[in-house]
Ligand binder design. Structure first.
Ligand code: FUL
Length: 465
């Protein structure tokens, strides 16, 4: 592939819609909440599932207060306990004391999301330590697909199916070969707008659970990475050794020219950062004092949402079936910080000019939030400068750059200049790069794109104090 072809690889409409979600919640809730574990073995009786004061609205209001746009629920974790009354197993809420077995957590959460304009997503662990057919090949795949169909049919629009590659069966454990393609086709048929994440073709795991993506997070990467999680050592599918040994989702460089040199097949496969607000994924009261600080959460946000990835932040509901008070307060603080920092875009008071512009792609387009308007220089021009000029000096500490993703991801290196003086240098931009620095006062801000693929684009530039 030549550089023009590589520069033109673009997201699918569902990937683009997902990217704009930016920041959304994970809620790990289930049997583990009541047994105090992280990985249940599927033997805890359904009678233990007994939230005392369940309130899905409270979850969703907290999610909203942090500025998040979606929520993914662990409808079934590795222990196999289902938060909805699945007709394919008895191991579910229907045999719990909660609401006399008439409750449905998936329904309540999905409806609360809908009520508050929050997108709803599904986590359904392929690894199931309770189900007797697990390890029997087709029998389990049929069971799993039936569960997928229930979730995809009965709970409205789902923005994401999050497939986990984890499996701790060990050498002598049960071996189940998952029918991934069969799972995907059910989702494509029943929820065509949903992305399939991690062990799926649409969204890539960033490679760690620490809350950071790479300094240079490319969305265009070798196609083999789409199989990396499902063929990883921990997963059950035999690794045929063709690609997963050469490149893994944990490698530091997945997308630079050097990394993709000679690669025959490249795809748009953007990164998601997943991490928990607490030490564990599930709620444990002894961790009430070990929450991530506001400062840590800010760093995580800048190193994901501000660095060409989406952020999936886990907040585990407690045994009442509510977000615990420390988490509620922390989410609120984060939401207030983000609201304060990114509410007043100073760029709209400026004018824009560039060293070179293709006709119809005026520099002033970067001042508008219309997504179809963007600036680009003449095709083939890999370097270019765009300057914002203000009637008076302004003070600012954040500049947000966005590329026009339907054109591809192109910027490889850039500098920011304030009245001609360098204040920041960075590498990739992609969906969004949030540049942070000590406050400066200046009348001109120049984005000096020093390296790009074929020619750069900028869809929007925002400036915040
Ligand atoms: C992992 C699981 O094993 C954890 O329990 C958690 O659900 C995390 C998001 O994914 O693979």
């Amino acid at each position: 592939m030549n550089i023009q072809q590589i520069a033109s690889i673009a997201p699918s409409p569902r990937q683009l819609a997902w990217q704009k979600m930016e920041f959304y919640a994970f809620a790990h809730f289930g049997m583990n909440t009541f047994t105090g574990s992280e990985w249940g073995d599927g033997s805890a009786p359904a009678s233990l599932f007994a939230p005392s004061d369940f309130d899905a609205n409270q979850w969703v209001q907290c999610v909203k207060s942090a500025g998040m746009k979606g929520l993914i629920l662990t409808c079934k974790h590795h222990d196999g306990f289902c938060l909805w009354p699945s007709q394919y197993t008895d191991y579910s809420v229907k045999n719990s004391p909660w609401k006399d077995g008439k409750g449905d957590v998936v329904q309540e959460v999905s409806q609360a999301c809908k009520r508050h304009g929050i997108a709803f997503g599904v986590y359904l662990s392929p690894w199931d330590r309770h189900e007797a057919t697990y390890g029997q090949g087709e029998a389990y795949n049929t069971f799993y697909k039936n569960q997928l169909r229930e979730l995809a049919s009965n709970y409205g629009d789902i923005f994401c199916f999050w497939f986990d590659g984890a499996c701790g069966e060990g050498a002598n454990g049960k071996k189940q070969v998952y029918d991934w393609e069969g799972y995907y086709s059910i989702i494509r048929q029943l929820q065509p707008n949903a992305v399939i994440s991690v062990c799926g073709p649409d969204v890539r795991w960033c490679g760690n659970e620490a809350g950071v993506c790479r300094t240079s997070e490319w969305s265009v990467v070798p196609a083999a990475l789409q199989d990396a999680e499902r063929t990883a050592e921990k997963s059950q599918k035999e690794d045929d050794g063709k690609f997963s040994r050469k490149i893994t989702s944990c490698d530091e460089d997945l997308g630079s020219r050097k990394a993709i040199d000679g690669c025959e097949s490249l795809v748009w496969y953007p990164a998601e950062v997943d991490t928990s607000i607490r030490v564990g994924w599930f709620y444990h009261p002894e961790q009430d004092t070990e929450l991530r600080s506001l400062e840590e959460l800010k760093e995580i946000y800048y190193n994901s949402v501000g660095a060409n990835a989406c952020l999936l932040l886990n907040i585990p509901p407690d045994t009442r079936g509510r977000f615990a008070q420390p988490d509620v307060l922390r989410l609120q603080e984060l939401g207030e910080y983000l609201g304060r920092t990114f509410s007043n875009n100073l760029a709209i008071h400026g004018t824009a000019w560039a060293t070179d512009s293709l006709q119809g792609y005026c520099p002033c387009n970067v001042l508008s939030c219309e997504e179809h308007l963007f600036w680009q220089p003449t095709p083939g021009q890999e370097q270019a400068k765009l300057t914002l000029e203000f009637p008076q000096p302004i003070s600012f500490s954040h500049v947000v750059l966005k590329e026009h993703l339907p054109s591809g991801q192109r910027i490889e290196a850039f500098r920011l200049l304030a009245d001609g003086k360098e204040i920041f240098s960075g590498t990739v931009v992609g969906y969004q790069r949030i540049c942070r620095f000590s406050p400066v006062t200046a009348q001109r801000i120049t984005i000096d794109i020093t390296e790009s693929r074929f020619c750069p684009t900028l869809q929007q530039v925002c400036v915040y104090s």
